[in-house]
Design a protein around this ligand. Structure first.
Ligand code: ARG
Length: 591
């Protein structure tokens, strides 16, 4: 990394080394007291202990060595032996120039060796409306995909459509039972090779109506459940009519989902599903058998994954059910086998509700045991739930699951209302206003989610998410748009950006913030935590806001200062837009 912290870290390390101290002890961090210093090193405390020396004296000797460094404006020893560093204005300016000149990455470095990474996220299901768990997965996964790509990896986002399990059997049986009420469905029930109608007998509305009914019926009615199980097995083993009907289920569901994802600014490189694993199941089962990993258990076949020293019981992975069907774990394991062939991977990230942690632990262990993935190449990134005011997973007022489509509509209505209240975008053409409202809505939902730690749950509060003040998506968009408008005004006046000079405290602070993006992106990547990007975006918006209040730009005292401030504003905008884009948030041109 080339951020100031690393550059100073090296200088401080060398000064410590010259005092006979291991340079590794000389870590430089952002200052705890930004009013006093930009960076600090607490290395003398640890080093003095090891050397049995006086920490303040050691710190003073190191400080003396550093005093001559032209990159530092001041070096001071504080307290028991902290070394406080203030960066020279010229060095800040140089770093700001580097960030400003880096329009693709705004000063953030990339990984040393690119990896092939598959991000498995969203995981919507055929016929089942997406609920808030899918929403969180979509938002977090999309951000991670962008972040990993930004850092230089080769990344595929895969929707991993839930299109193969028991719910397919349920739907088939439900369609059969509809009889005359579902014109055209009958044709698919014939036990032959077809041909079967090219027209879908079901609409999305039919699927969404039938699925919950069938799921509820299966809970009570054993005969129905058995029929659905049998239908699932027959579908999987290739019964032509069922396959043809199933293909309609998939097409109808998928086109609706594509619309919803696109409204949310989420898209996939691979639109694969559980069904794509089917081709790999027979070979995999044979291979597991050959490796002696597959065990017969009450008519089913399983892989034992529990290990000595486990803190809790991990049940075995069910690979083949007693009906001969592939289960949720089977498709996940076979999907790994498939992904290894195409496109290949060094890492797969599964962005799925924390409640599925055991499932992934079972699948990963089985994959490692069978040699389908290198140890550590599979990671489950769980997340908490989005809760209602009662602290339980969010439900609509009617008690149902909130559909993504309805959520986006609701958020866009609210965004329109808020924009009007704030008198934003009032003179813009209607189509542009609509586009802004949609962007504000998506920014509000995504930022509200990503500004929380991935693993914590949060409460859904549209009013708060949609506020133009505070730590919100709309606030950040507003700040970005404000900079855009400043730059437009400058262009109108013929003022252009020029060499950056850093003098005022607010300018210093802005440059230090721009500098910190590198670390924020690296940490967010290492911890798989978009939340750190959200934090940085907010810090940057605030830092810019303070700069703009303290340092007149268009009315700067002279042309050189104005040119410098315009360059700083442009760099801040670019970095803010990049950070927002990493969160999956698009910025409008104006509002
Ligand atoms: N379709 C699943 C669900 O709705 C999520 C899929 C997650 N991804 C996976 N590879 N299992 O719960």
């Amino acid at each position: 990394m080339t951020d100031l912290k690393s550059v100073l870290g090296e200088a401080v390390g060398a000064a410590f080394a010259a005092e006979g101290v291991d340079a590794a002890l000389a870590r430089v961090t952002a200052s705890d007291r930004p009013d006093l210093a930009d960076f600090q090193s607490n290395g003398a405390l640890a080093a003095a202990k090891a050397l049995k020396a006086n920490p303040r004296e050691l710190a003073s000797r190191v400080a003396e060595r550093l005093a001559a460094d032209p990159r530092l404006e001041s070096v001071e020893v504080a307290g028991p032996g902290f070394i406080n560093l203030k960066v020279a204005g010229a060095t800040l300016a140089e770093r700001a120039e580097a960030v400003a000149g880096d329009s693709d990455r705004a000063g953030a470095s990339g990984v040393e060796a690119a990896r092939k990474v598959i991000i498995d996220y969203a995981g919507p299901n055929v016929a089942k409306p997406m609920h808030v768990g899918h929403l969180r997965s979509s938002i977090i996964g999309e951000s991670l995909k962008r972040l990993f790509r930004f850092r230089g990896d080769t990344v595929w986002g895969d929707a991993h459509f839930g299109d193969w399990g028991f719910q397919m059997g349920l739907l088939i049986v439900a369609c059969a039972d509809e009889g005359q009420k579902l014109p055209g469905a009958d044709a698919f029930m014939a036990d032959g090779d077809g041909p079967f109608p090219a027209e879908s007998p079901v609409s999305l509305a039919d699927l969404e109506r039938l699925y919950p009914l069938a799921a509820a019926k299966a809970k009570e009615d054993e005969a129905f459940r058995d029929r659905a199980r049998k239908a699932t097995a027959e579908l999987q083993s290739g019964r032509a009519g069922y396959r043809a009907l199933w293909a309609h289920f998939v097409t109808v569901s998928r086109s609706a989902l594509e619309r919803e994802f696109s409204a949310l600014g989420v898209d996939f490189d691979l639109w694969k599903g559980e069904s794509d694993a089917d081709a790999f199941v027979p070979g995999m089962v044979a291979d597991l058998e050959k490796q002696g990993l597959l065990i017969a258990d009450q008519g089913a076949r399983i892989v034992r994954v529990a290990k000595e020293g486990d803190k809790r019981d991990l049940p075995p992975l069910l690979v083949v059910s007693s009906e001969g069907s592939a289960m949720y774990g089977t498709t996940d394991l076979a999907t790994i086998v498939g992904r290894r062939e195409d496109p290949g991977f060094d890492l797969i990230l599964y962005v799925v509700d924390q409640r599925q942690a055991d499932h992934f632990e079972q699948v990963f262990r089985a994959a490692y045991l069978a040699g389908y993935a290198d140890e550590g190449a599979l990671e489950h990134l769980g997340f908490g739930t989005m809760n209602g005011p009662d602290g339980k997973p969010f439900k609509t007022r009617a008690g149902g699951v909130l559909k993504l489509h309805d959520l986006i509509t609701m958020a866009t209505d609210k965004a329109r209302e808020r924009l009007k209240e704030a008198e934003l975008g009032a003179d813009l053409p209607e189509a542009e206003f609509e586009d802004i409202a949609r962007k504000v809505a998506v920014a509000a939902l995504k930022f509200a989610d990503l500004s929380n730690n991935r693993t914590t749950s949060y409460v859904f509060d549209l009013d708060r998410f949609m506020s133009f003040e505070g730590k919100t998506g709309p606030y950040l968009l507003y700040q970005a748009v404000r900079i855009k408008s400043l730059l437009r005004k400058a262009a109108d006046q013929g003022a252009s950006a020029g060499a950056i000079a850093v003098a005022e405290p607010a300018e210093r602070d802005l440059v230090l913030t721009l500098d910190a993006f590198d670390q924020a992106a690296a940490d967010a990547y290492d911890k798989r935590s978009p939340h750190l990007i959200a934090e940085h975006a907010y810090r940057l918006a605030q830092s810019f806001s303070k700069f703009y209040a303290a340092c007149p730009v268009l009315a700067a005292p002279d042309e050189t200062t104005r040119a410098s401030r315009l360059a700083l504003a442009a760099a801040a905008l670019r970095q803010l837009e990049i950070a927002l884009d990493l969160l999956g948030i698009a910025t409008p041109e104006r509002m």
